[in-house]
Design a protein around this ligand. Structure first.
Ligand code: HEC
Length: 120
């Protein structure tokens, strides 16, 4: 009887560890880079991380508006969008005083650019 109790305890603790480390045992949901659109994927990332300073009403972004396709396209073309979020090129790192975007978010924007920055 005591062995069964110990066995159950052991099973519970092992399962506990197993689930604690589930993110190490299984890879994270992969970053899906197909069907990236401006209207959903790119805008979604910019809205959550950049609009607070870079949308029409906000004056906190040095006059740089990223809430329209043409606005974003301008900074894609001059290379500053990717440099700012990759923290490269010696320009101010964005989001200003915030955490860097996730690798998947950066890859998503890069994939959209690689597709030719469609207004889709
Ligand atoms: C807290 C406010 C704030 C947030 C959030 C923010 N920015 Fe900025 N951003 C600024 C300010 C202020 C400047 C002007 C900085 C300067 O020129 O010194 C700037 C400048 C830029 C520039 C021009 C860089 C240059 O060459 O001067 C780009 C591109 C840019 N931001 C992109 C982004 C992107 C993309 C995000 C979101 C991932 C973002 N920013 C989030 C405040 C912000």
């Amino acid at each position: 009887m005591r062995y069964i109790f110990v066995l159950i305890l052991l099973m519970i603790s092992l399962t506990g560890c197993y689930y604690d480390h589930a993110n190490l045992v299984y890879p994270q949901p992969s970053c899906v880079l197909t069907n990236i659109t401006y209207s959903t994927s790119v805008t979604g990332i910019l809205k959550a991380n950049c609009y607070s300073c870079h949308s029409g009403a906000a004056a906190a972004g040095g006059g740089i508006a990223l809430d329209s396709y043409n606005g974003v396209k301008t900074y894609v073309t001059n290379g500053q969008l990717m440099n700012s979020i990759n923290h490269t090129g010696g320009i101010p790192a964005m989001p200003l005083s915030g955490a860097q975007l996730s690798a998947c978010e950066i890859s998503s924007i890069q994939a959209w650019i690689n597709n030719g920055t469609p207004n889709n």
